[in-house]
Design a binder for this molecule. Structure first.
Ligand SMILES: [Zn+2]
Length: 110
């Protein structure tokens, strides 16, 4: 799902929030007003509202490098404990997960 949306957005970035229950991410939440850029995906936090099932974010890096930029690091610290970056060409293994400090974490794909 995430990989498909990322491919559809290529060469633009794709971004969304992650929803989880019992430590399983079960839904990605596309926000109205999200701006997809060539290098940035800007989340319009006004639309997020208060939703405690939102655990983090996912966005794509068309550059193919699944490492957080400086802007990503500051966004991670504000938007929850789990963040995923998927990198072009968006195969199932082309992702890396990070915590809110932008440290790599293990995330299992079910
Ligand atoms: Zn990024």
């Amino acid at each position: 799902m995430i990989m498909e949306a990322s491919k559809d957005s290529y060469p633009k970035e794709f971004g969304a929030f992650l929803k989880a229950e019992h430590e399983i991410i079960y839904e990605i939440l596309m926000l109205p007003g999200t701006v997809q850029g060539d290098h940035h995906t800007l989340f319009n936090l006004y639309h997020k509202g208060i939703d405690f099932s939102v655990v983090g974010s996912v966005h794509s890096h068309p550059s193919g490098v699944a490492l957080p930029s400086d802007a990503d690091v500051s966004m991670f610290s504000n938007t929850g404990p789990i963040h995923i970056i998927v990198a072009s060409p968006y195969r199932i293994s082309d992702f890396q997960a990070f915590n809110r400090k932008a440290e790599k974490i293990d995330l299992k794909v079910l």
